[in-house]
Design a protein around this ligand. Sequence first.
Ligand SMILES: C[S@@+](CC[C@H](N)C(=O)[O-])C[C@H]1O[C@@H](n2cnc3c(N)ncnc32)[C@H](O)[C@@H]1O
Length: 257
Amino acid sequence: MKTSAIHGYPENYELFNLTEFDNWAGKGVLTAEEDYLFGKFIYALDKNASILDLGTGSGRFLLELAKRDFTRLHGIDLAERLLLAARRRTEPFPFIKFYRMSAAELKFDSGTFDAVLGLQQVISFIEDDRDRAAAFHECSRVLKPHGLFAGSFLMYGGRWINPAVSLLTYPAKLCNKKIRNRLSYQYLPWLKLGGKTNWSFAGRRQPYLYWFRRAEVRSVLEEAGIDIIEMKTVKNIAGSRNLLASAGMLYVAGRKK
Ligand SMILES: C[S@@+](CC[C@H](N)C(=O)[O-])C[C@H]1O[C@@H](n2cnc3c(N)ncnc32)[C@H](O)[C@@H]1O
C-alpha cells in the first residue's frame, strides 16, 4: 500500500484513492439517516442557497441536490481519484464546482455559504487534533450568520466493541513514537479495509479515526459558534427500542450564531 512520506503510513483520505475507492466512487442513494437530515433541514432551503459539501467524495449529495434544482453547489475533498469520479459523474450539472482542499483549511471567504455539509463522518477522518479543531472553526467561518450545519460523527459510545479495540491497540500506540499523540482511547484503527477485515488493526503503521464523545461534539461545535438544533444517533432516527442494538453514528444539525 502506498504510504505517506510524513508518517510512514497512508493518511485516511489517501485510503479513498486506494482500498475505499470502489465503494465510494459510485455510491448512490442516501441512507435512511441522510434522508432524514436532508428531508428535515436541507431540501427546505431556498433553491438559491449556496451549499458546501465537505469530503464530497464522488459528489453523491451534490448530485442529489442538483436533481432537486439547487444550483450553487460546491464540493471539496483531498482524494484526487474521487474528485475525478465526481466531475465525471456530475457532467450533466456543470454548475457544480469541485476543489481539492482540506476541510481543515477552506479557501473560501468568511460568510460565503448558507449551508455546510460535513456528513459521512468527514471530520473523524482528520487525524491531527489541531486540524480537526480547525475544521470546526472553518465550518463556522465560511457559514453566513444563521447558516445551517449538517454533519455526522463517529461516536465512541455508538459501537459496543470500541473499548476492547482501544485496549487491543494501546500497545501499538505506545511502541510507535510517531503516533504518541494518538494515545487517546478515542483514536481507533479501521476494522475493515476495502470491505475485508483489517487483521492488522492492532499493528503499528496505520491511520487512526477519531471517535467523538457525544458531549464533545456539542461543546466543540458550540465553541466554534454553531448552536445545535438537533442531535440524534442512527438508533434514535430509526426509532429502535432494541436495548442491545448499538446507537451508531451521531447526526447533528446546527445553526451558526
Ligand atoms: C466516507 S467518504 C464520504 C464521501 C461522500 N461524502 C459520500 O457520502 O459519498 C469520506 C470522504 O472524506 C474525505 N476526506 C478525508 N479527510 C478529508 C479532509 N481533511 N478534507 C477533505 N476531505 C477529506 C475522503 O477523501 C472521502 O472522500
